[in-house]
Design a protein around this ligand. Sequence first.
Ligand code: ADP
Ligand code: ZN
Ligand code: ZN
Length: 733
Amino acid sequence: MQPAIARVALPVPLDKLFDYLIPSGAYPVVGGRVSVPFGRQTLVGIVIELTDQSSFAREQLKALYQVLDHQPLWAAPLYKLLMWCSQYYQYPLGETLSNAMPSALRKGKPAEWAKVVEWQLTEAGKNQLMQGLGRAVQQAKVMNMLSSGALSQQAFIDADVSSSVLKNLREKGWIVCVDKTPHRAAWPQAIEAEVDKPKLNQEQAVAIAAVNSRQEFGCYLLEGVTGSGKTEVYLNLIKPVLERGAQALVLVPEIGLTPQTINRFKKRFNVPVEVVHSGLNDTERLNAWLAAKDRSAGIIIGTRSALMTPFANLGIIIVDEEHDGSYKQQDSLRYHARDVAVMRANQENIPIVLGSATPALETLHNALSGKYHHLILSKRAGNALPTTNKVLDIKGLYLDSGLSAPLIAEMRRHLAAGNQVMLFLNRRGFSPALMCHECGWIAECKRCDAYYTYHQSSSEIRCHHCGSQQPVIHQCQGCGSTHLVTVGVGTEQLENKLAELFPEFKAIRIDRDSTRRKGSLESALEAIRKGEYQILIGTQMLAKGHHFPNVTLVALLDVDGSLYSSDFRASERLAQLFIQVAGRAGRASKPGEVVLQTHHPEHSLLQALLEKDYRHFAQSALAERKLAILPPFSYLTLFKAEANHSAMVEDFLRQVRQTLEANPLFDEYCMVLGPTPSPIAKRAGKFRWQLLLQTQSRPVMQKLLNSAKPAIQMLPSAKKVRWSLDIEPQDLS
Ligand code: ADP
Ligand code: ZN
Ligand code: ZN
């Protein structure tokens, strides 16, 4: 007998499932989609259970509209993982599952290959092309575009060709539309392409053998400086996986997804490689999802969300630059893709490799304590030399837009030798504040507890917290004086100053402002590689994933803020940035140099980093964390709340605190800090407060939250604020 009721998870912010009657002749499946009435809307949800029991009377239940899938969307291990994510990150199941689907599926489209059509020249069209095309410019453009092969509709949209032009040409019989819906070809016999491969060094061989020796779950930290040959290890690990017909998932940070990285994987293997990132449109995303699911793709390379891709037969997971902050999602389902990847590998019973030159302290702790296997590549592959590092004490020195005289001299030396120089400043815009010289008034965002950043190139002041902007002001709103001055240095100002100091060299700025246009980052990186620019200025965007062999001097201009930050992870991030940028520079014939400007050359963090290495820094940082019982020696949950009135928010969080402390699972090792105003106490008109819960183990944290959350949701004050939970937060602001 077919059960009468489908229990459905819907994408709504409620921690519950919804019951619907199953109409006769409809056959929903657990893990498949159905469309259902919900208030006045139609929603797409996932069937979690088929049952005859409901706490509601049958008459009260509505019938579901339509069964959208006849197969579950996810195989059992991934489905279980998604359930676990919802639980662990305290996020409603319906929204978690919805998050894990390509948007086409969220909208109820069929889980099948979308029809893709391409245009191509007919014989008549080819003849016409040879005879010449007359004066219709747009038509000639289309014909020329097609002269080297078929193209998708999208190619013409991108080239600003209107569909009427295509229609005209079709009516003339010069072009035709053909169905190119992808079909699944079997993989070839020879998985590995004929390419030059370096001879593996001893450490690489050891690492590869360690992972390949067992085809079961195991977590491996591959610790190796940039250029030590980690990618080469990944490629060698993926090869046997593909050869036995299984697939590989490679996660990379948001910004690491450069064509160079992707091409290395594509060139090496004769199997289809799909790339998944935020820039894909709905169809492309669905196609990549399907290609993994039906095994037409061998390798999926992608950013955070690619972790949720279903695979026909996943054989290995690789997380490159595992310490990178972009693996943690900062809103909705606040999951950490690295941590969930480890869970996934466990559930699929396959190996996972976490690669980094600067492992997160959490990961390193797991490796040092023996929970993860620790593989080390200690030398740069080939024969590149390590960089020389230097602290530049800038106490009392005049800074010209952030540059000290010794640094300018150093730059001159490197530029004169025909090399490139790279400067880091983690602050975009012209200056982080605009101040009145007469009375000290500072232009402040009205909606946030923050100053406006002055952007000279667009003549605007902008708030980097709420995004509001307005034309630059020329008069003080306190005393009316017109003598406004900029305070502090941003990348825009630095760029101007460099043009003045080094008129004979070309500088390029890489930050979120300069790379807003799609493709502009890629073309900038390409231009740098070709040597069109000698001075590179960037925020940390420039630190990730790109290697510039002609850069011989890297300078970090202003790191002092990180040395004395209230965020306990600031020093770890600075250390990682330092090592990463050092890894960008130099090669065998041109050793690199790294210079760090600071007012605190004696600071123990800098000493550890410069005189020893990341590992020394990390081990002393871990010792400090242990003393302070901070992660990885405890587990944090951040309660965040905001509302129009400050008192309301504080009040709510105080009650959350009481609820937690009154819970029987709140043990002697649990601690609550706060409520305190958030570091940015007001944003976009809302007052923000936070509360930090610290526990000694994950199970305690989980049980306590599961037990206390319903009571918190019932608090009358909970209705008056917007609140959220961040499990194992990476960012305490
Ligand atoms: P990483 O991923 O650690 O930055 P890569 O794998 O990209 O390092 O290696 C850096 C460079 O060294 C690449 O050009 C790569 O081809 C080369 N390389 C890797 N392994 C070896 C090796 N064993 N011998 C010589 N060159 C190597
Ligand atoms: Zn603002
Ligand atoms: Zn003033």
